[in-house]
Each structure stands twice: as C-alpha cells, then as structure tokens.
Design a protein around this ligand. Structure first.
Ligand code: FSO
Ligand code: SF4
Length: 555
C-alpha cells in the first residue's frame, strides 16, 4: 500500500508515506487498495460525465455518486473493506450508465462518441483477491519511478483537494443543495486528472482551480446550513453533562444531527454534540430542540477516551473516526460515508437502534458542575457588528486579528496553535474554526469593549465565513485583505484542510503559516514553484513567540 494523503503519514529516513499496514490512522492494506480503485473509477465516471454534459446531458445522480464516493476515501472516514467492494461494483455500473448516456446523446447529435482511455476503461475484477492485485497499478504513486515525485505530488495535491471539496459538497447535497456549475467543474478537474498530466506549472494552476471550486462549495454549504437551520447566533453552550439518558453525535453532518433530534423528541434522551459538531448548538432551528443538551469532549484524537467514558450510544456522521475501543464498539454507530468493520451502520435514516441503545444504557446519573463556552460567530453575526469592530480598530482598541484555525491531531507540535492563541496580545482578537480550537477554546480570553477576544466562527468549512469577514474589513478600510492587520495560522490534518488551504492560496492571501508540517506530497520543487511562479507564500509555522512578533510588526 501507499498513502500519503494526511498529516499523520509516516515520514522516515527511508521515505515518506504509509507503506505497510496499518497506516498511522489504522487503515489496512486492503482498504487502502480498494480506496485507490474507487478513486480511479471516479475519474472514469467523470470522463464520461464531462462529455455527456457537453452534449447537454447532466446526470445529477452521477455527480451525487462522485462526491459521495470520494468522501468515503478521506482520512478517518471509512475503514470497511467490504463496503469498498460494493462501492467499486456500483461505480462500475454508474460509469456504464453515464457512458451510455453520453454515447446516445452524441449519436442523437450526429457526432461520433470519443473513444476514451485510462480510468474510463479500467475494468475492476470480480473478487477481492483480484481487486487487491489490481490496486497497485492505480495507486497515486503507481508511476513514480518513471515520472518522479514532483509529478506525483502535484497530482496528489489536486486529487486530495478534490476529496476535501467532495466532503463539503456532500454535506450540502444531503440538505438538497447542489450546483450545476460546481458539478461541471468537479467533472472537469477529475477528467483532467484522468489524462495523466505531467506539466508541473499546469497542474499547480489546476490545484488553484480546486481552491476556487472549494470556495463555491463552501459558500453553497453555508447557504444550505443557513437556509435549513437559520444563521448561527451567539450562543452559550453547556459543555458539562446533565442527568439523564444520552446520545453523543460526532462529525460534521448537521442534517444527520437534525434527524436524530427529531426522532429522539419527547423520548427523555439528551443529545450532545462532539468534535466538529459543536457549532450545531448555535443554529436556531437546531438549538430549538430542548434536548440538544450541549457539547461534550474535544477534538477527534481524544475520542477513544471520551467515548469510553460516555454512558450512551455514539453516532459518527463523518470523519474523524478512529479504531473504537472494546468498551464502546457495541454502542458506536456509523452513518453515510463512515464505516468501521464490525460497527453497526445505519443507512436508512431510522435511528431506532440508537434510541434503544440510549434507553438501555445508564446515561448520566447526576448533573455535573455547569460549564459553558460561547460560540456562534459566523459571518452573519460578525458582519452584524462590523461597525463596532471597525470602530475598535480605528480607535486602536483592536490592533490585530489572528485566524487560528483548522484541524487538531496528535502531534505535540500542534501546541504552537495554542501558544499563538494564548499569547496573542490583549488588544488582538483570535478567530477560530475547525477542531483545532479545542486546544484553547475553554481558556479565558476576555473581551474588547464587549467584543469577545475569542470568536468561534464554526466548522472548518466556515472558513468561508472568515473569508467573508476579511473581505468586509478590507472594504471598510479600503485596502486589500493582505493589507489588513490579519495573520492566518492554519493547522492541517486531512484533505478538507488541503482544499481550504488551496482556496486561501487561490485568493492570493499572503503570509499564511501552515503546520505542524508541510504536506508530504509537496516536494521542495513544488513548494518552490508555488512561491516563485505563482507568487504564493507557503510558510511552515516557526516558533510561536517569534511568529507572533513578526505578525505584530506588520500591524
Ligand atoms: Fe477536524 Fe477531522 Fe474539520 Fe477535519 S474533525 S480534522 S479538516 O475531519 O474536518 O477540523
Ligand atoms: Fe497514512 Fe494518513 Fe493515509 Fe492513513 S490516511 S494511511 S495515516 S497517510
């Protein structure tokens, strides 16, 4: 196996990438290989879908499948090899269907259908054994000896960015939000990858195209969330348990949470959010459920301890799942793209098994001491008080803004982000998003003239909000975003963060500090090219104190 899509990838003097099972995340060789085949088939589907669209045939179910399929291959989403065997079979059928639609449309228009090659023709084997024999030929690094690590790395950057895009697109689609423009562009980019590109400059330009696509998708998801649940509002969320039966819902999918809240109504069960689901507590139509009792626990990497201690069932709606401990394996459930071997999967929207488990388990036997944090600073909230913020900057009360956002993870080097947030001066504001915030979101930050110094913007996809706010501030000060007293420290872990990083780069935002490491697929040549040819900053985090001083020197 070979996988180097996330920050946890093995880096040793002998080379980079998880090359033997299990990968650092727990992925086995079979799952890794099957994910590679599925990803390859998605490119084949896109080859036909793009051409069918050019003939006026846009098939939404095909695009639904592309996004869903790619989402299953993200880091910490699905570890169940058998699910991938089924997905591969389905991908093959869907590719045949869109191929037929394309060929029919071409003939109807008096044109000869193109004979495609590469992923369009790849025939997956029937048995698991044979599939695993095919897998190395479609792995991301299959041609590395021939093409070199720069070409493979540039292809990886595009592909991994697209996986992040797919996850966000899928969250929007389950709420009924889709865009033909997004679907068409996704097909184009995957079709481009299917052509086995080798020109580094062209591929880096295409990776920025992925960033631009991701901006549209994050905006779509923001509209989907806001239309469905109202705009996030400032909310004090309880972060300690109350007595009673309990369900814990983790991941990012607000639609799943809403279904669970609806089905647990009047059942005497409290529903708590976990991890990236925290911002759900700030959406009016979700917090209207009186049994949405708050948020428990922190970021994904702490789940084994937190889930073991939780006295009820746990539901994973998306990443980041890690190997369930024996003490809770029989009371954790997966949904949608998520999977772990031997863990119960709910695919029909009926949460009866979860409710039954909640009733059978003890729940919390007493109220814990009340603890709260304040969240809900999406762009609607922040733009609603933009005048106040602009005045505070003009009067010198706010000297600097720090956006300390992104993912968390196990690496101790991630303490950098805590250090930056904690040591940001009293006349600065820290905006945050993603699960990296759990390292510092219970610390005391105080306020500046009533504006809290720590502003939790939401999930990682709410980077869209941060971009809107930065744009509005730039407008108010009649300058560019790069001229604002704003520093961005971005912690990355998996492919959604890659998509966000590409979005920020595509917007031409300078001075982003990325950490705790640079992605392994970004070779020195690619970094150098992004810096020189595209005039982009690709800076690794340094020492927190030194980076803070440098940032403030530009205030
Ligand atoms: Fe975190 Fe996991 Fe939002 Fe990621 S829970 S790491 S980028 O999936 O999604 O920040
Ligand atoms: Fe390794 Fe990350 Fe791939 Fe898992 S997802 S196998 S940790 S690179």
């Amino acid at each position: 196996m070979f996988c180097y899509q996330c920050e946890q990838t093995t880096r040793s003097p002998a080379g980079i990438g998880c090359t033997s099972e299990p990968g650092t995340c727990g992925k086995d060789e079979a799952t890794a290989g099957l994910q590679d085949i599925l990803t390859h088939l998605m490119k084949g589907i896109a080859q036909y879908a793009r051409r069918a669209r050019a003939m006026g045939v846009a098939d939404r179910r095909t695009d639904d499948f592309i996004f869903y399929g790619l989402f299953t291959t993200l880091t910490n989403v699905n570890f169940t090899a058998t699910r991938f065997v089924h997905l591969i079979q389905e991908a093959s059928k869907r590719r045949e269907r869109i191929k037929l639609l394309y060929e029919e449309a071409a003939r109807e228009q008096g044109k000869t259908p193109e004979i495609l090659s590469g992923p369009a023709l790849f025939q997956p084997a029937d048995s698991l054994e044979q599939l695993l024999r095919q897998a190395p030929s479609v792995a991301i690094n299959a041609d590395v000896e021939h093409l070199g690590s720069d070409v493979i790395g540039a292809r990886a950057l595009i592909l991994y960015g697209m996986k992040g895009v797919a996850a966000y697109a899928q969250h929007a689609r389950v709420l009924g939000y889709q865009s033909d423009e997004v679907d068409a562009q996704a097909e184009e980019i995957l079709d481009y990858l299917a052509s086995n590109p080798t020109d580094l400059d062209e591929m880096l330009e295409e990776s920025l195209e992925v960033g631009r696509l991701n901006l549209k998708v994050m905006e779509l998801l923001d509209v989907a969330n806001t239309d469905s649940f109202g705009a996030q509002e400032i909310t004090s969320v309880r972060i300690s348990p109350i007595q009673g039966k309990a369900i814990l819902v983790s991941g990012h999918d607000l639609h799943d949470l809403k279904q669970i809240l609806e089905q647990t109504k009047d059942q005497g069960i409290n529903v708590y959010t976990h991890g990236e689901m925290l911002p759900a507590n700030a959406y009016p139509l979700l917090k209207a459920y009186p049994h949405l009792a708050g948020n428990l626990g922190g970021a994904w990497q702490d789940q084994q301890r937190e889930f073991a201690d939780f006295p009820g069932p746990i539901v994973m709606t998306s990443n980041c799942i890690i190997e369930p401990g024996r003490s809770y394996k029989n009371r954790i459930f997966t949904l949608g793209p998520v999977g772990w071997p031997g863990v119960r999967h709910i695919d029909n929207g009926d949460f009866t098994p979860v409710i039954q488990a909640a009733k059978a388990l003890p729940g919390f036997t007493a109220d814990a001491k009340e603890q709260r944090i304040t969240i809900g600073f999406g762009h609607h909230t922040l733009l609603g008080v933009a005048d106040k913020i602009v005045d505070a900057v003009k009067h010198g009360d706010i000297r600097h803004f720090f956006l300390v956002g992104g993912c968390d993870g196990v690496s101790p080097a991630r303490n950098y982000f805590t250090e930056v947030a904690d040591n940001a001066p009293a006349d600065s504001v820290v905006m945050t998003l993603g699960c990296g915030k759990y390292r510092f979101n219970k610390h005391e930050f105080g306020d500046i003239g009533g504006i809290p110094r720590l502003l939790d913007i939401g999930q990682c996809n709410d980077a869209h909000s941060a971009i809107r706010v930065a744009g509005a501030l730039a407008e108010a000060f009649n300058c560019g975003v790069n001229d604002l007293p704003l520093s961005i420290m971005l912690s990355w872990f998996e492919q959604k963060a890659t998509a966000i990083h590409l979005s920020l780069l595509a917007l031409g935002i300078k001075g982003i500090k990325l950490g705790p490491t640079l992605p392994a697929y970004l070779t020195p040549t690619l970094v150098q090219k992004l810096q020189s040819r595209f005039d982009l900053d690709l800076d690794l985090i340094g020492e927190a104190q030194a980076d803070l001083q440098t940032a403030l020197a530009h205030t």
